[in-house]
Design a protein around this ligand. Structure first.
Ligand code: PRP
Ligand code: URA
Length: 222
């Protein structure tokens, strides 16, 4: 497991952070970071990594017994105890992660939170939000490939809290230490999943070494 001591988190905050360091995840993340990786492959890998993270973020979902008759006999198996999920991408880069999670949880609902960072101030502007009507009774998985200053993620968490959502998990692919601390400080209950915690932010609040602008690379708008 990646050593996150350098983040100076409290033990309680560290328990809410999961770094998904599976070898396949780290392999695919290296391809994502490579500036030579083209739009199609970038998009495909964002989707795959979202699915891997989805496994981790749903690891504690409750099971209940169910009787199944195999071709040989009847046995007691386990199935999910009716957990309801909403996937909430932060537009626009978060859209790239939605299908990977839907591959795992096809019945999940999808809400949208539109945030765009001001290029000068780096403060996010909210431009569109729409949640499922019963969002407050669902486990909400906020998805966004990049957690930089944490401004967009904390604004999205605040929006979901105001909508009455109690169970929130944030899934990102690459995080800066600043963003990890901002999110875990901002909300005492949110759980954070990332494939990597990078070194730092640059003067434009881009993650170093990072992977560049995730939205532009997913949608080919470089
Ligand atoms: C990017 C990224 C996050 C945000 C992270 O989105 O996808 O939403 O920046 O930065 P922060 O942690 O400092 O808020 P951007 O605003 O560039 O919009 P886009 O997804 O439309 O490209
Ligand atoms: N948004 C991105 O897409 N990349 C970064 O490094 C920071 C914010």
């Amino acid at each position: 497991m990646e050593n996150t001591d350098r983040l100076n988190l409290t033990p309680e905050q560290a328990a809410r952070l999961t770094v998904v360091d599976h070898p396949l995840v780290q392999h695919k993340l290296s391809i994502l970071r490579d500036e030579q990786t083209g739009t199609k492959q970038f998009r495909d890998i964002v989707r795959e990594l979202a699915m891997f993270e989805g496994y981790e973020a749903t690891r504690d979902f409750a099971l209940e017994p169910v009787e199944v008759t195999t071709p040989l006999e009847t046995c007691v198996c386990q199935h999910l105890a009716g957990k309801k999920v909403a996937i909430v991408p932060i537009l626009r880069a978060g859209l790239g992660m939605v299908d990977g999670i839907l591959d795992l949880i096809p019945a999940a609902r999808v809400g949208h939170v539109g945030m765009e960072r001001d290029p000068e101030t780096h403060v996010p502007r909210e431009y569109y939000c729409k949640l499922p009507g019963d969002a407050e009774s669902r486990t909400c998985l906020i998805v966004d490939p990049m957690l930089a200053t944490g401004g967009s993620a904390t604004a999205a968490i605040e929006y979901l809290r105001r909508a009455g959502v109690s169970n929130i998990r944030l899934l990102v692919l690459v995080a800066a230490p600043e963003g990890v601390r901002a999110v875990l400080d901002f909300d005492p209950d949110v759980r954070l999943y990332t494939c990597a915690v990078d070194r730092e932010l640059n003067d434009h609040a881009y993650i170093l070494p990072g992977l560049g602008d995730a939205g532009d690379r997913i949608f080919g708008t470089l």
